[in-house]
Design a protein around this ligand. Structure first.
Ligand code: NAD
Ligand code: UDP
Length: 320
């Protein structure tokens, strides 16, 4: 990274007002980068980035990446896309457009200004996996016509575009496959399991488990994820990914519910509801590639991460 005011590395973070994007902007500003946060506020919130507004190295642009934009930047983190099933299924055609046309627009920009570009891909490219844990060379098991397909196939096509721009146009790419990540600034209404369970527990409402709760996920705390994304962006140019980023500590949804009830001291009871369509049964990243190539592994265990997240939602509910 260059020093001095006029030759700082200029970084564009699409989806910068979202959960992961806002933490990423904050981290990059702390490291002295000049940051442009681009967002259409579909699921992002201005409150996520208010505290950064006074920083003279921070700029915000309201823009939709489905439309082209021209900016002079050195690096692009492409995070713009709703991530929770409720939000990405709200307007599925738009979700595919954001993933595919957004990727084309951001890759076109990277090509034009010779910027390095990182794609926030997802464990959803593996669909409902038939191998466990998931390694990067597994091609996945996705239902092309299901309700999750707008996101899963959109993200898969985005990966294809990244690798074609890399091979065809020599764009300097990075692809990170993010597994379930949680922490402060998750959208309270996005229906993701960690935020839902914490809010339900704090309000003494029933904890809604979809299915029988034996399905598993592996939860990564946001600080660890941001560290992984930054390391991937700064990896040597011959390591473009895809690389899994996530916490391999696997938990059933039922165990997660019990843990959150205990940690919040809640009187909430568990309510079992029908499972959603194509809900993946097991998910756990094999992170040996990230460990060997990026010297990265998560450091925050689930209790520590949940404690910080519970504190955040407690504050949010008190404010209301
Ligand atoms: P989020 O919904 O909080 O953030 C997404 C941001 O993108 C929001 O600020 C939203 O307003 C913005 N956005 C959406 N569509 C846009 C568009 N067309 N133009 C401009 N901005 C747009 O979600 P998040 O959890 O922060 O996820 C960020 C990225 O990481 C997403 O690409 C997501 O697919 C990926 N990811 C996240 C997780 C996770 O567990 N959080 C897991 C896998 C992948
Ligand atoms: N889930 C649940 N209750 C909720 C929200 C989610 O049981 O209130 C389940 C959901 O069916 C899935 C898991 O928790 O099996 C993780 O869901 P989430 O939407 O957080 O993420 P994803 O399915 O994309 O991994």
């Amino acid at each position: 990274m260059a020093g001095g005011n006029f030759n700082k590395t200029r970084v564009l973070v699409t989806g910068g007002a979202g959960f992961l994007g806002s933490h990423l902007c904050e981290r990059l500003l702390k490291e002295g980068y000049s940051v442009i946060c681009l967002d259409n506020y579909f699921t992002g919130q201005k409150r996520n980035i208010f505290h950064l507004m006074d920083n003279r190295n921070f700029e915000v642009i309201r823009h939709d990446i489905v439309n082209p934009i021209f900016l002079e930047v050195d690096e692009i983190y492409n995070l713009a896309c709703p991530a929770s099933p409720i939000h990405y299924q709200y307007n599925p055609v738009k979700t595919t457009k954001t993933s595919v046309m957004g990727a084309i627009n951001m890759l076109g920009l990277a090509k034009r200004v010779k910027a390095k570009i990182l794609q926030a891909s997802t464990s959803e490219v593996y669909g409902d996996p038939t191998i466990h844990p998931q390694k990067e060379d597994y091609w996945g098991n996705v239902n092309t016509i299901g309700t999750r397909a707008c996101y899963d196939e959109g993200k898969r096509c985005a990966e294809t575009l990244f690798f074609d721009y890399y091979r065809q146009n020599r764009v300097n790419i990075r692809v990170a496959r993010i597994f379930n990540t949680y922490g402060p600034r998750m959208h309270p209404n996005d229906g993701r399991v960690v935020s839902n369970f914490i809010i339900q527990a704090l309000k003494q409402e029933p904890i809604t488990i979809f299915g029988d709760g034996t399905q598993t996920r592996s939860f990564c705390f946001v600080d660890d994820m941001i560290e992984g994304l930054v390391k991937m962006m700064n990896a040597p140019d011959d390591f473009v990914g895809p690389v899994n980023l996530g916490n391999p500590e696997e938990s059933s949804i039922l165990d997660l519910a019990h843990l959150i009830i205990t940690m919040t001291g809640s009187r909430s009871e568990i309510q079992f509801l029908p499972p959603p369509m194509d809900d993946p049964q097991r998910r756990q990243p094999d992170i040996s590639l990230a460990q060997s190539k990026l010297d990265w592994h998560p450091k925050v265990n689930i209790e520590e991460g949940l404690e910080k997240t519970i504190q955040y939602f407690r504050g949010l509910l008190q404010e209301r």
